[in-house]
Write a protein that binds this ligand. Structure first.
Ligand code: RAM
Length: 348
C-alpha cells in the first residue's frame, strides 16, 4: 500500500511538474505574443487637476491609440517627486513598454527611471525634462532661451520699461520653469531694462489656491508692483483672476505662459494683454510617437535618428543646445492676444 501511495505521489508530482512547465511555456509564448501585440505606453504628468497636463495627456493618448497601442495616463495628486516615484514603481511592476515623464525634479527621479530603463522600459521626458542619464530623449516644447526672453520683452512693454515686477512660478524644483526663469534673468541684464526691477520669484506649486495666495502676498509686500509674469498656466490664470477680482487691471498687468481656454477672459478684459504657449496636445502627441518609435526600434534616442509622428510629420533627434543629451523639438511658441484668442480658446 505504502509503495502504491508513493508511486501515486510520484505520478502527481510529475504531472504537476509537467503542468508547471506547460504553464511556464504558455507564459513565455504569451510573452512572445504580447511582444507582437499592442504595447502599453504610460505618461506621468506633474500632478492632477492641471488643465495643461490634461491636454498633454489627451495628445499622448490620441497618438498611442491611433497606433493601436494602449495608453496609461497617470499623475500624483500633488507635484511631488515621491508621488511620481511611486507611480513609476507601479509601472515597472506592470512591465509597461514605455514611460513619458514630466518631471517634478531634474535629478531626483534618476534612480527609479534608471531602474525602468534597466528593465527594458523606454523612457522619454517631456514638458519638464529630467537629466540626460534618466531618459533616452527629451521632447522639448520650444527653445527655452526664446521662451524666457520673450516673457521679459512682453512684461517690459506692458510696464513701459519702468517699475517693479514679480515672477509667479510653479514649484521651486520644476526644471522647465527654472530654465525659463534663468533665461528671463539673462534677458534682464540688457541695459534697456535698467529701470525695471524683478523684486521676487514666488512659487504657487501649480496649485490654484496656493497660486492665488502667493499672488495676494505679492500685492501686499510690493504695493508698487506693476506686473506679474507667470511661466506656468496655473499661476497665470490664478494671478489674472486675483487682479481682475480686485479690479487692479489698470495698474497691474499679467503675462506669461497660459492656456487660451483659461486666459481668454483676461485677455478680453485687458488684465493680460497677451500671452504665449505651444500646443500641449501636439506636445503629448509627439511624445507618444517618440515613445512608440523607441519601443519599435525606429529610434534609439541618438542624434541623427528620425521618425514619423503621425499628422505632425517627420522629426529628428538632435543634440540639445541648452542641456545635456538629445531632444526632439516641437517648434516655436505662439502668441495669443485679442486678435486671435477667439480662434484658440475652444481648442486648448
Ligand atoms: C503648467 C505646468 C507645465 C508647463 C505649463 C506652461 O501647466 O507647469 O509644466 O509647461 O504650465
Amino acid at each position: 500500500m505504502k509503495k502504491i501511495l508513493t508511486s501515486f505521489m510520484l505520478i502527481v508530482v510529475l504531472v504537476l511538474a509537467a503542468c508547471g512547465s506547460d504553464a511556464s511555456s504558455e507564459d513565455s509564448s504569451e510573452g512572445e505574443g504580447s511582444k507582437e501585440g499592442p504595447k502599453r505606453h504610460a505618461i506621468v504628468f506633474k500632478n492632477t487637476g492641471n488643465p495643461f497636463g490634461e491636454k498633454l495627456m489627451e495628445g499622448f493618448e490620441n497618438a498611442i491609440e491611433e497606433m493601436g497601442d494602449e495608453a496609461i495616463l497617470r499623475a500624483p495628486d500633488s507635484p511631488s517627486v515621491e508621488g511620481q516615484v511611486q507611480i513609476i514603481e507601479e509601472l515597472i511592476t506592470q512591465q509597461v513598454d514605455s514611460i513619458v515623464i514630466s518631471g517634478n525634479d531634474e535629478d531626483a527621479l534618476e534612480p527609479v527611471l534608471k531602474k525602468a530603463m534597466d528593465q527594458g522600459i523606454k523612457v522619454v521626458s517631456t514638458d519638464s525634462a529630467v537629466n540626460a542619464d534618466s531618459r533616452m530623449v527629451n521632447v522639448n516644447q520650444a527653445d527655452p532661451e526664446g521662451v524666457g526672453r520673450v516673457q521679459v520683452e512682453a512684461v517690459a512693454e506692458m510696464m513701459d520699461y519702468e517699475g517693479e515686477f514679480a515672477i509667479l512660478s510653479a514649484t521651486s524644483q520644476a526644471t522647465n520653469q527654472n530654465l525659463w526663469i534663468e533665461w528671463m534673468e539673462k534677458e534682464l541684464e540688457d541695459a534697456k531694462y535698467e529701470d525695471i526691477e524683478l523684486v521676487k520669484v514666488a512659487y504657487g506649486d501649480d496649485l490654484r489656491d496656493k497660486s492665488v495666495s502667493e499672488t495676494e502676498a505679492l500685492l501686499k509686500s510690493y504695493p508698487d508692483l506693476k506686473a506679474i509674469v507667470s511661466p506656468t498656466t496655473v499661476g497665470l490664470a490664478a494671478a489674472s483672476k486675483v487682479i481682475t477680482d480686485r479690479d487692479l487691471g489698470d495698474d497691474i498687468k499679467v503675462t506669461g505662459l497660459g492656456l487660451p481656454s483659461e486666459m481668454a477672459e483676461y485677455i478680453e478684459n485687458g488684465v493680460s494683454p497677451w500671452i504665449y504657449l505651444w500646443n500641449p496636445i501636439d506636445l503629448g502627441y509627439l511624445s507618444g510617437y517618440a515613445a512608440h518609435a523607441l519601443v519599435d526600434g525606429t529610434i534609439n534616442g541618438d542624434e541623427g535618428d528620425s521618425f514619423e509622428a503621425g499628422e505632425l510629420g517627420s522629426y529628428d533627434v538632435v543634440e540639445s543646445e541648452t542641456a545635456e543629451g538629445t531632444e526632439i523639438l516641437l517648434g516655436e511658441p505662439f502668441k495669443f492676444d485679442s486678435e486671435n484668442i477667439d480662434e484658440w480658446k475652444d481648442v486648448y
